[in-house]
Design a protein around this ligand. Sequence first.
Ligand code: NAD
Length: 511
Amino acid sequence: MQASDALRTFGIDASVEGVAVGRGFGPGTGPALAVRSPIDGQTLATVQSAAPTDVRRVVAAASRAFQDWRLVPAPRRGEFVRRIGQKLRERKADLAAIVSWEAGKITQEALGEVQEMIDIADFAVGLSRQLHGLTIASERPGHRMMEQWHPLGPVGVITAFNFPVAVWAWNAMLALACGDSVIWKPSEKTPLTAVACQRIVADVMADMPEVPDAISCLLVGDATNVGRPLAASVDVSLISATGSTRMGKEVATTVAGRLGRSLLELGGNNGLILTPSADLNLAIRAIVFAAVGTAGQRCTTLRRLIVHRSIKEEVIGRLLAVYSRLKIGNPLDEGVLVGPLIDEAAYDAMQQALADCRDARGRVYGGERITAGVPAGGVYVRPAIVEINPHAPVITRETFAPILHVMPYETMDEAIEWHNAVPQGLSSAIFTSDIREAERFMGPAGSDCGIANVNIGTSGAEIGGAFGGEKETGGGRESGSDAWKAYMRRTTNTINYSTGLPLAQGISFEV
Ligand code: NAD
Protein backbone atom coordinates (compact mmCIF):
# COMPACT_ATOMS: atom_id res chain seq x y z
CA MET A 1 0.00 0.00 0.00
CA GLN A 2 1.33 3.44 -0.90
CA ALA A 3 1.92 5.80 2.00
CA SER A 4 -0.67 8.32 0.86
CA ASP A 5 -3.30 5.58 0.43
CA ALA A 6 -2.66 4.20 3.90
CA LEU A 7 -2.75 7.68 5.43
CA ARG A 8 -5.91 8.63 3.59
CA THR A 9 -7.79 5.72 5.17
CA PHE A 10 -7.37 7.63 8.44
CA GLY A 11 -8.24 10.97 6.92
CA ILE A 12 -4.60 12.09 7.04
CA ASP A 13 -3.45 14.23 4.13
CA ALA A 14 -0.42 16.41 3.45
CA SER A 15 -1.19 18.85 6.23
CA VAL A 16 -2.04 17.43 9.65
CA GLU A 17 -3.39 18.98 12.83
CA GLY A 18 -1.12 17.99 15.68
CA VAL A 19 -3.31 18.51 18.75
CA ALA A 20 -6.33 16.40 19.62
CA VAL A 21 -8.73 16.36 22.53
CA GLY A 22 -10.83 13.28 21.96
CA ARG A 23 -12.73 13.79 18.72
CA GLY A 24 -11.59 17.38 18.37
CA PHE A 25 -8.49 17.85 16.23
CA GLY A 26 -6.83 21.20 15.75
CA PRO A 27 -3.53 22.73 14.73
CA GLY A 28 -0.93 23.27 17.42
CA THR A 29 0.62 26.68 17.83
CA GLY A 30 4.14 25.27 17.57
CA PRO A 31 6.35 24.84 14.50
CA ALA A 32 5.45 22.87 11.37
CA LEU A 33 6.98 19.40 11.59
CA ALA A 34 7.88 17.57 8.39
CA VAL A 35 7.53 13.80 8.76
CA ARG A 36 9.86 11.74 6.58
CA SER A 37 9.67 8.07 5.78
CA PRO A 38 12.81 6.12 6.60
CA ILE A 39 12.00 3.86 3.64
CA ASP A 40 12.79 6.41 0.95
CA GLY A 41 13.11 9.79 2.62
CA GLN A 42 9.84 11.11 1.13
CA THR A 43 7.92 13.66 3.14
CA LEU A 44 4.78 11.88 4.29
CA ALA A 45 3.03 14.93 5.74
CA THR A 46 3.60 18.13 7.65
CA VAL A 47 2.17 18.38 11.14
CA GLN A 48 1.22 21.63 12.82
CA SER A 49 2.81 20.70 16.12
CA ALA A 50 2.08 21.83 19.66
CA ALA A 51 3.67 24.54 21.79
CA PRO A 52 3.79 24.79 25.61
CA THR A 53 0.53 26.78 25.66
CA ASP A 54 -1.18 23.85 23.93
CA VAL A 55 0.25 21.53 26.58
CA ARG A 56 -1.30 23.64 29.33
CA ARG A 57 -4.66 23.74 27.58
CA VAL A 58 -4.74 20.00 26.94
CA VAL A 59 -3.60 19.08 30.45
CA ALA A 60 -6.40 21.25 31.86
CA ALA A 61 -8.96 19.50 29.63
CA ALA A 62 -7.64 16.05 30.55
CA SER A 63 -7.79 16.95 34.24
CA ARG A 64 -11.44 17.96 33.93
CA ALA A 65 -12.32 14.83 31.98
CA PHE A 66 -10.68 12.70 34.65
CA GLN A 67 -13.14 14.06 37.22
CA ASP A 68 -15.96 12.37 35.30
CA TRP A 69 -14.17 9.31 33.93
CA ARG A 70 -13.06 8.15 37.37
CA LEU A 71 -16.72 7.80 38.35
CA VAL A 72 -17.67 5.63 35.38
CA PRO A 73 -17.81 2.01 36.58
CA ALA A 74 -14.65 0.17 35.61
CA PRO A 75 -16.39 -2.50 33.49
CA ARG A 76 -18.04 0.29 31.50
CA ARG A 77 -14.61 1.82 30.98
CA GLY A 78 -13.57 -1.64 29.85
CA GLU A 79 -16.33 -1.57 27.25
CA PHE A 80 -14.76 1.56 25.76
CA VAL A 81 -11.40 -0.21 25.59
CA ARG A 82 -13.08 -3.30 24.10
CA ARG A 83 -14.43 -1.21 21.27
CA ILE A 84 -11.01 0.30 20.64
CA GLY A 85 -9.62 -3.24 20.40
CA GLN A 86 -12.40 -4.11 17.95
CA LYS A 87 -11.63 -1.08 15.75
CA LEU A 88 -7.95 -2.01 15.84
CA ARG A 89 -8.86 -5.46 14.54
CA GLU A 90 -10.76 -3.87 11.66
CA ARG A 91 -7.98 -1.38 10.87
CA LYS A 92 -5.01 -3.67 11.54
CA ALA A 93 -3.59 -3.75 8.00
CA ASP A 94 -4.06 0.01 7.42
CA LEU A 95 -2.42 0.96 10.69
CA ALA A 96 0.41 -1.52 10.14
CA ALA A 97 1.08 0.05 6.73
CA ILE A 98 1.56 3.45 8.38
CA VAL A 99 3.85 1.88 10.98
CA SER A 100 5.96 0.54 8.10
CA TRP A 101 6.04 3.83 6.25
CA GLU A 102 6.79 5.91 9.30
CA ALA A 103 9.06 3.62 11.38
CA GLY A 104 10.46 1.42 8.59
CA LYS A 105 9.25 -1.90 10.03
CA ILE A 106 8.79 -4.92 7.79
CA THR A 107 5.14 -5.78 7.28
CA GLN A 108 5.23 -8.81 9.57
CA GLU A 109 6.66 -6.80 12.46
CA ALA A 110 4.27 -3.90 11.83
CA LEU A 111 1.31 -6.29 11.89
CA GLY A 112 2.73 -7.83 15.04
CA GLU A 113 2.92 -4.41 16.65
CA VAL A 114 -0.76 -3.74 15.95
CA GLN A 115 -1.63 -7.23 17.20
CA GLU A 116 0.14 -6.32 20.43
CA MET A 117 -2.24 -3.34 20.75
CA ILE A 118 -5.20 -5.66 20.27
CA ASP A 119 -3.80 -8.08 22.84
CA ILE A 120 -3.31 -5.42 25.49
CA ALA A 121 -6.80 -4.05 24.80
CA ASP A 122 -8.20 -7.53 25.47
CA PHE A 123 -6.11 -7.76 28.61
CA ALA A 124 -7.37 -4.37 29.83
CA VAL A 125 -11.00 -5.35 29.20
CA GLY A 126 -10.60 -8.35 31.50
CA LEU A 127 -8.72 -6.21 33.95
CA SER A 128 -11.61 -3.76 34.14
CA ARG A 129 -13.47 -6.37 36.19
CA GLN A 130 -10.45 -7.31 38.29
CA LEU A 131 -9.11 -4.08 39.76
CA HIS A 132 -9.39 -5.63 43.16
CA GLY A 133 -7.68 -4.95 46.45
CA LEU A 134 -7.28 -6.99 49.61
CA THR A 135 -9.24 -7.60 52.76
CA ILE A 136 -6.80 -7.51 55.65
CA ALA A 137 -7.18 -8.93 59.16
CA SER A 138 -7.44 -6.15 61.72
CA GLU A 139 -5.80 -6.48 65.16
CA ARG A 140 -8.73 -4.63 66.69
CA PRO A 141 -12.04 -6.31 67.61
CA GLY A 142 -15.02 -5.29 65.49
CA HIS A 143 -12.81 -3.81 62.82
CA ARG A 144 -12.14 -4.64 59.22
CA MET A 145 -9.33 -3.44 57.00
CA MET A 146 -9.25 -3.32 53.26
CA GLU A 147 -7.36 -1.91 50.36
CA GLN A 148 -8.95 -0.18 47.38
CA TRP A 149 -7.50 0.93 44.06
CA HIS A 150 -8.79 4.21 42.70
CA PRO A 151 -8.14 6.04 39.44
CA LEU A 152 -4.96 8.10 39.64
CA GLY A 153 -5.37 11.15 37.39
CA PRO A 154 -4.16 12.32 33.99
CA VAL A 155 -1.32 10.16 32.64
CA GLY A 156 1.29 11.62 30.27
CA VAL A 157 2.58 9.00 27.85
CA ILE A 158 5.85 9.84 26.07
CA THR A 159 6.82 7.30 23.42
CA ALA A 160 9.81 6.42 21.24
CA PHE A 161 9.92 6.04 17.46
CA ASN A 162 10.64 2.32 17.36
CA PHE A 163 7.33 1.10 18.81
CA PRO A 164 5.24 4.00 17.62
CA VAL A 165 1.84 2.52 18.53
CA ALA A 166 2.23 -0.51 20.82
CA VAL A 167 3.82 1.40 23.68
CA TRP A 168 0.98 3.91 23.70
CA ALA A 169 -1.48 1.01 23.79
CA TRP A 170 0.34 -0.68 26.67
CA ASN A 171 -0.12 2.48 28.65
CA ALA A 172 -3.38 3.87 27.34
CA MET A 173 -5.46 0.68 27.40
CA LEU A 174 -4.53 0.05 31.04
CA ALA A 175 -4.82 3.69 32.08
CA LEU A 176 -8.25 4.09 30.46
CA ALA A 177 -9.54 0.91 32.11
CA CYS A 178 -8.12 2.15 35.40
CA GLY A 179 -10.11 5.39 35.10
CA ASP A 180 -7.35 7.80 34.08
CA SER A 181 -7.24 10.26 31.23
CA VAL A 182 -4.32 9.95 28.80
CA ILE A 183 -2.22 12.61 27.12
CA TRP A 184 0.04 11.14 24.44
CA LYS A 185 3.23 12.76 23.26
CA PRO A 186 4.50 10.51 20.46
CA SER A 187 8.00 10.63 19.02
CA GLU A 188 8.36 13.57 16.66
CA LYS A 189 9.72 11.01 14.17
CA THR A 190 6.46 9.02 14.14
CA PRO A 191 3.49 11.33 14.81
CA LEU A 192 1.26 10.09 11.97
CA THR A 193 0.75 6.67 13.50
CA ALA A 194 -0.32 8.53 16.64
CA VAL A 195 -2.80 10.64 14.70
CA ALA A 196 -4.19 7.43 13.17
CA CYS A 197 -4.63 5.87 16.64
CA GLN A 198 -6.34 8.98 17.93
CA ARG A 199 -8.74 8.80 14.97
CA ILE A 200 -9.56 5.22 15.95
CA VAL A 201 -10.30 6.37 19.50
CA ALA A 202 -12.38 9.25 18.14
CA ASP A 203 -14.44 6.81 16.04
CA VAL A 204 -15.19 4.77 19.14
CA MET A 205 -16.11 7.92 21.06
CA ALA A 206 -18.61 8.82 18.36
CA ASP A 207 -20.55 5.68 19.30
CA MET A 208 -20.25 6.28 23.04
CA PRO A 209 -21.32 9.88 23.67
CA GLU A 210 -21.15 9.37 27.43
CA VAL A 211 -17.35 9.10 27.24
CA PRO A 212 -15.69 12.48 27.97
CA ASP A 213 -13.64 13.66 24.99
CA ALA A 214 -10.52 14.67 26.86
CA ILE A 215 -9.80 11.26 28.35
CA SER A 216 -7.69 10.66 25.25
CA CYS A 217 -5.53 13.54 24.05
CA LEU A 218 -2.68 13.92 21.62
CA LEU A 219 0.12 16.45 21.54
CA VAL A 220 2.53 16.15 18.63
CA GLY A 221 5.79 17.96 19.20
CA ASP A 222 9.39 17.67 20.25
CA ALA A 223 11.01 17.51 23.68
CA THR A 224 11.22 21.28 24.09
CA ASN A 225 7.70 22.18 23.04
CA VAL A 226 5.82 19.22 24.48
CA GLY A 227 7.93 16.62 26.31
CA ARG A 228 9.50 18.87 28.92
CA PRO A 229 6.41 20.99 29.66
CA LEU A 230 4.32 17.82 29.95
CA ALA A 231 6.79 16.25 32.40
CA ALA A 232 6.78 19.46 34.42
CA SER A 233 2.95 19.71 34.61
CA VAL A 234 1.93 19.32 38.24
CA ASP A 235 -1.54 18.17 37.21
CA VAL A 236 -0.17 15.12 35.39
CA SER A 237 -0.21 12.39 38.02
CA LEU A 238 1.97 9.89 36.17
CA ILE A 239 4.51 10.37 33.42
CA SER A 240 5.14 7.12 31.61
CA ALA A 241 8.17 7.71 29.40
CA THR A 242 9.74 5.33 26.92
CA GLY A 243 12.98 6.18 25.18
CA SER A 244 16.67 6.68 25.74
CA THR A 245 18.32 6.65 29.14
CA ARG A 246 19.39 10.24 28.51
CA MET A 247 15.75 11.26 28.15
CA GLY A 248 14.71 9.16 31.16
CA LYS A 249 17.23 10.80 33.46
CA GLU A 250 15.93 14.24 32.57
CA VAL A 251 12.27 13.27 32.86
CA ALA A 252 12.89 11.45 36.17
CA THR A 253 14.58 14.52 37.60
CA THR A 254 11.80 16.86 36.50
CA VAL A 255 9.01 14.63 37.78
CA ALA A 256 10.80 13.90 41.07
CA GLY A 257 11.26 17.65 41.51
CA ARG A 258 7.48 18.02 41.80
CA LEU A 259 7.13 14.71 43.67
CA GLY A 260 5.12 13.24 40.81
CA ARG A 261 5.14 9.65 39.75
CA SER A 262 7.16 8.38 36.80
CA LEU A 263 7.30 5.06 35.02
CA LEU A 264 10.45 4.71 32.93
CA GLU A 265 11.12 2.28 30.08
CA LEU A 266 14.58 3.15 28.82
CA GLY A 267 17.49 1.73 26.89
CA GLY A 268 18.58 -1.89 26.87
CA ASN A 269 21.87 -3.63 26.15
CA ASN A 270 20.65 -7.16 26.07
CA GLY A 271 22.80 -10.25 26.39
CA LEU A 272 22.41 -13.94 25.63
CA ILE A 273 24.54 -16.73 27.09
CA LEU A 274 24.99 -19.61 24.66
CA THR A 275 26.16 -22.75 26.40
CA PRO A 276 27.65 -25.95 24.94
CA SER A 277 24.49 -27.94 25.71
CA ALA A 278 22.24 -25.53 23.76
CA ASP A 279 20.10 -26.62 20.83
CA LEU A 280 22.05 -24.64 18.26
CA ASN A 281 19.37 -24.82 15.58
CA LEU A 282 16.95 -23.03 17.88
CA ALA A 283 19.62 -20.70 19.18
CA ILE A 284 20.78 -19.49 15.77
CA ARG A 285 17.22 -18.65 14.70
CA ALA A 286 16.54 -16.86 17.97
CA ILE A 287 19.80 -14.93 17.84
CA VAL A 288 19.23 -13.72 14.30
CA PHE A 289 15.65 -12.57 14.97
CA ALA A 290 16.71 -10.81 18.16
CA ALA A 291 19.83 -9.20 16.65
CA VAL A 292 18.56 -8.00 13.26
CA GLY A 293 14.76 -7.74 13.74
CA THR A 294 13.57 -4.13 13.33
CA ALA A 295 17.10 -3.53 12.00
CA GLY A 296 18.47 -3.71 15.54
CA GLN A 297 16.18 -0.90 16.69
CA ARG A 298 14.28 -2.63 19.48
CA CYS A 299 14.91 -1.88 23.13
CA THR A 300 15.17 -5.67 23.50
CA THR A 301 17.50 -6.18 20.52
CA LEU A 302 20.23 -8.71 21.22
CA ARG A 303 23.49 -6.78 21.37
CA ARG A 304 25.83 -9.11 23.27
CA LEU A 305 26.32 -12.81 22.60
CA ILE A 306 28.35 -14.53 25.30
CA VAL A 307 29.18 -17.89 23.77
CA HIS A 308 31.12 -20.81 25.19
CA ARG A 309 34.63 -20.93 23.74
CA SER A 310 34.17 -24.52 22.56
CA ILE A 311 31.37 -23.59 20.15
CA LYS A 312 32.34 -20.02 19.26
CA GLU A 313 33.82 -20.75 15.83
CA GLU A 314 30.88 -22.89 14.78
CA VAL A 315 28.35 -20.31 16.00
CA ILE A 316 30.06 -17.39 14.27
CA GLY A 317 30.34 -19.42 11.07
CA ARG A 318 26.65 -20.29 11.13
CA LEU A 319 25.61 -16.74 11.97
CA LEU A 320 27.71 -15.32 9.13
CA ALA A 321 26.12 -17.80 6.75
CA VAL A 322 22.61 -16.71 7.77
CA TYR A 323 23.57 -13.02 7.72
CA SER A 324 24.87 -13.38 4.16
CA ARG A 325 21.40 -14.55 3.07
CA LEU A 326 19.39 -11.86 4.89
CA LYS A 327 17.21 -9.89 2.52
CA ILE A 328 17.72 -6.21 3.25
CA GLY A 329 15.61 -3.52 1.62
CA ASN A 330 12.15 -2.05 1.32
CA PRO A 331 10.32 -3.32 4.41
CA LEU A 332 7.07 -3.51 2.44
CA ASP A 333 8.53 -6.02 -0.02
CA GLU A 334 7.81 -9.68 0.57
CA GLY A 335 10.73 -11.65 1.98
CA VAL A 336 12.65 -8.62 3.26
CA LEU A 337 13.76 -9.19 6.84
CA VAL A 338 15.81 -6.07 7.49
CA GLY A 339 14.41 -2.62 6.73
CA PRO A 340 16.05 0.79 7.06
CA LEU A 341 17.55 2.62 10.00
CA ILE A 342 15.39 5.48 11.18
CA ASP A 343 17.72 8.23 9.93
CA GLU A 344 21.27 9.36 9.09
CA ALA A 345 22.04 10.06 12.74
CA ALA A 346 21.40 6.38 13.52
CA TYR A 347 23.79 5.42 10.73
CA ASP A 348 26.48 7.78 12.08
CA ALA A 349 26.09 6.34 15.58
CA MET A 350 26.44 2.82 14.18
CA GLN A 351 29.61 3.71 12.26
CA GLN A 352 31.05 5.40 15.34
CA ALA A 353 30.38 2.29 17.40
CA LEU A 354 32.01 0.07 14.79
CA ALA A 355 35.05 2.39 14.71
CA ASP A 356 35.23 2.09 18.51
CA CYS A 357 35.06 -1.70 18.17
CA ARG A 358 37.99 -1.66 15.74
CA ASP A 359 39.94 0.60 18.12
CA ALA A 360 39.34 -2.04 20.80
CA ARG A 361 40.84 -4.60 18.38
CA GLY A 362 37.42 -6.04 17.60
CA ARG A 363 36.97 -8.02 14.41
CA VAL A 364 34.06 -6.55 12.44
CA TYR A 365 32.00 -8.41 9.87
CA GLY A 366 29.46 -6.38 7.88
CA GLY A 367 28.02 -3.05 9.04
CA GLU A 368 28.46 -1.26 5.73
CA ARG A 369 25.86 0.87 3.97
CA ILE A 370 23.87 -0.74 1.20
CA THR A 371 22.76 1.33 -1.77
CA ALA A 372 22.07 -1.27 -4.46
CA GLY A 373 18.64 -2.90 -4.59
CA VAL A 374 17.17 -0.67 -1.90
CA PRO A 375 15.01 2.44 -2.20
CA ALA A 376 17.02 5.62 -2.71
CA GLY A 377 16.69 8.10 0.13
CA GLY A 378 16.63 5.50 2.94
CA VAL A 379 19.51 4.37 5.15
CA TYR A 380 20.10 0.64 4.73
CA VAL A 381 22.95 -1.28 6.35
CA ARG A 382 24.21 -4.82 6.52
CA PRO A 383 23.85 -5.99 10.12
CA ALA A 384 27.24 -6.35 11.80
CA ILE A 385 28.82 -9.08 13.89
CA VAL A 386 31.83 -8.08 15.97
CA GLU A 387 34.18 -10.43 17.79
CA ILE A 388 35.37 -8.39 20.72
CA ASN A 389 36.87 -8.67 24.17
CA PRO A 390 34.28 -8.52 26.96
CA HIS A 391 35.93 -5.52 28.64
CA ALA A 392 35.85 -3.15 25.65
CA PRO A 393 34.08 0.06 26.77
CA VAL A 394 32.01 0.22 23.55
CA ILE A 395 29.91 -2.77 24.60
CA THR A 396 28.63 -1.00 27.69
CA ARG A 397 26.57 1.46 25.67
CA GLU A 398 23.41 0.92 23.67
CA THR A 399 23.95 1.69 20.00
CA PHE A 400 20.52 1.64 18.39
CA ALA A 401 21.53 -0.31 15.28
CA PRO A 402 22.13 -3.96 14.30
CA ILE A 403 25.51 -4.71 15.87
CA LEU A 404 25.96 -8.06 17.61
CA HIS A 405 29.02 -8.20 19.86
CA VAL A 406 30.31 -11.73 20.36
CA MET A 407 32.60 -12.74 23.21
CA PRO A 408 33.77 -16.21 24.25
CA TYR A 409 33.52 -17.42 27.84
CA GLU A 410 35.09 -20.29 29.73
CA THR A 411 33.07 -20.63 32.97
CA MET A 412 29.45 -19.85 33.85
CA ASP A 413 30.66 -17.53 36.65
CA GLU A 414 32.50 -15.48 34.07
CA ALA A 415 29.57 -15.50 31.64
CA ILE A 416 27.12 -14.19 34.24
CA GLU A 417 29.60 -11.61 35.51
CA TRP A 418 30.12 -10.19 32.00
CA HIS A 419 26.44 -10.43 31.26
CA ASN A 420 25.61 -8.15 34.19
CA ALA A 421 28.56 -5.78 33.72
CA VAL A 422 26.65 -3.15 31.73
CA PRO A 423 24.64 -0.20 33.04
CA GLN A 424 21.37 -1.36 31.44
CA GLY A 425 19.15 -4.22 32.66
CA LEU A 426 16.24 -4.86 30.30
CA SER A 427 16.19 -8.29 28.66
CA SER A 428 18.40 -11.37 28.72
CA ALA A 429 18.45 -15.01 27.71
CA ILE A 430 20.30 -18.26 28.13
CA PHE A 431 20.30 -21.21 25.75
CA THR A 432 21.00 -24.42 27.60
CA SER A 433 19.69 -27.94 28.11
CA ASP A 434 21.11 -27.99 31.63
CA ILE A 435 18.41 -27.22 34.19
CA ARG A 436 20.99 -26.08 36.75
CA GLU A 437 22.32 -23.44 34.37
CA ALA A 438 18.82 -22.32 33.46
CA GLU A 439 17.68 -21.98 37.07
CA ARG A 440 20.88 -20.26 38.10
CA PHE A 441 20.47 -17.73 35.29
CA MET A 442 16.90 -16.94 36.40
CA GLY A 443 17.79 -16.96 40.11
CA PRO A 444 18.84 -14.16 42.46
CA ALA A 445 22.52 -14.36 41.49
CA GLY A 446 21.83 -14.80 37.78
CA SER A 447 20.71 -12.26 35.20
CA ASP A 448 20.07 -8.84 36.75
CA CYS A 449 17.51 -7.89 34.09
CA GLY A 450 13.76 -7.41 34.24
CA ILE A 451 13.35 -10.15 31.64
CA ALA A 452 15.34 -13.41 31.80
CA ASN A 453 14.42 -16.03 29.19
CA VAL A 454 15.44 -19.64 28.68
CA ASN A 455 15.76 -21.02 25.16
CA ILE A 456 14.09 -18.06 23.51
CA GLY A 457 15.70 -14.80 22.47
CA THR A 458 15.72 -11.42 24.19
CA SER A 459 13.08 -9.71 22.04
CA GLY A 460 9.43 -10.33 21.22
CA ALA A 461 7.82 -10.27 24.66
CA GLU A 462 4.16 -11.21 25.13
CA ILE A 463 1.82 -8.68 26.72
CA GLY A 464 0.80 -10.97 29.61
CA GLY A 465 4.00 -10.44 31.60
CA ALA A 466 5.23 -7.25 33.21
CA PHE A 467 7.64 -5.58 30.81
CA GLY A 468 10.59 -3.45 31.87
CA GLY A 469 14.06 -3.51 33.30
CA GLU A 470 16.46 -2.53 36.02
CA LYS A 471 19.41 -0.14 36.41
CA GLU A 472 19.58 2.44 33.61
CA THR A 473 16.56 0.85 31.95
CA GLY A 474 14.61 2.77 34.56
CA GLY A 475 12.89 0.21 36.78
CA GLY A 476 9.37 0.63 35.36
CA ARG A 477 7.00 -2.19 34.52
CA GLU A 478 4.28 -1.94 31.90
CA SER A 479 1.80 -4.17 30.14
CA GLY A 480 0.71 -7.38 31.90
CA SER A 481 0.86 -8.97 35.36
CA ASP A 482 0.11 -6.29 37.98
CA ALA A 483 1.63 -3.40 36.03
CA TRP A 484 -1.83 -1.76 36.16
CA LYS A 485 -1.15 -0.75 39.76
CA ALA A 486 1.15 2.02 38.51
CA TYR A 487 -1.91 3.70 36.97
CA MET A 488 -3.97 3.73 40.16
CA ARG A 489 -3.70 5.01 43.70
CA ARG A 490 -4.10 2.72 46.65
CA THR A 491 -6.12 3.59 49.73
CA THR A 492 -6.13 1.61 52.94
CA ASN A 493 -9.47 1.69 54.75
CA THR A 494 -10.10 0.67 58.34
CA ILE A 495 -13.77 0.28 59.26
CA ASN A 496 -14.96 0.12 62.86
CA TYR A 497 -18.28 -1.70 63.26
CA SER A 498 -17.94 -2.12 67.04
CA THR A 499 -19.24 0.12 69.82
CA GLY A 500 -15.77 0.75 71.22
CA LEU A 501 -12.73 2.65 70.04
CA PRO A 502 -9.75 0.37 70.64
CA LEU A 503 -6.47 1.88 69.46
CA ALA A 504 -3.88 0.03 67.44
CA GLN A 505 -0.77 -1.27 69.21
CA GLY A 506 -2.87 -1.49 72.40
CA ILE A 507 -2.36 2.20 73.17
CA SER A 508 -4.48 3.55 76.01
CA PHE A 509 -5.62 7.18 75.60
CA GLU A 510 -8.46 7.94 77.97
CA VAL A 511 -10.12 11.34 77.67
P1 NAD B 1 14.45 9.36 22.58
O1 NAD B 1 14.87 9.31 23.99
O2 NAD B 1 15.25 10.19 21.64
O3 NAD B 1 12.94 9.90 22.46
C1 NAD B 1 11.89 9.24 23.10
C2 NAD B 1 10.77 10.21 23.38
O4 NAD B 1 11.17 11.10 24.42
C3 NAD B 1 10.40 11.10 22.20
O5 NAD B 1 9.00 11.29 22.18
C4 NAD B 1 11.12 12.40 22.52
O6 NAD B 1 10.57 13.54 21.91
C5 NAD B 1 10.98 12.45 24.02
N1 NAD B 1 11.98 13.24 24.74
C6 NAD B 1 13.30 13.31 24.50
N2 NAD B 1 13.89 14.07 25.43
C7 NAD B 1 12.93 14.46 26.29
C8 NAD B 1 12.93 15.26 27.47
N3 NAD B 1 14.04 15.80 27.95
N4 NAD B 1 11.76 15.44 28.12
C9 NAD B 1 10.61 14.89 27.66
N5 NAD B 1 10.56 14.14 26.54
C10 NAD B 1 11.71 13.93 25.86
O7 NAD B 1 14.38 7.84 22.07
P2 NAD B 1 14.14 7.27 20.60
O8 NAD B 1 15.35 7.48 19.77
O9 NAD B 1 12.83 7.73 20.07
O10 NAD B 1 13.97 5.71 20.92
C11 NAD B 1 15.03 4.83 21.10
C12 NAD B 1 15.30 4.60 22.56
O11 NAD B 1 14.12 4.18 23.23
C13 NAD B 1 16.30 3.47 22.80
O12 NAD B 1 17.16 3.84 23.83
C14 NAD B 1 15.42 2.30 23.19
O13 NAD B 1 16.08 1.30 23.92
C15 NAD B 1 14.38 3.00 23.99
N6 NAD B 1 13.17 2.20 24.09
C16 NAD B 1 12.91 1.59 25.28
C17 NAD B 1 11.79 0.78 25.40
C18 NAD B 1 11.49 0.06 26.68
O14 NAD B 1 10.37 -0.39 26.84
N7 NAD B 1 12.43 -0.05 27.61
C19 NAD B 1 10.92 0.62 24.32
C20 NAD B 1 11.21 1.28 23.13
C21 NAD B 1 12.34 2.07 23.03
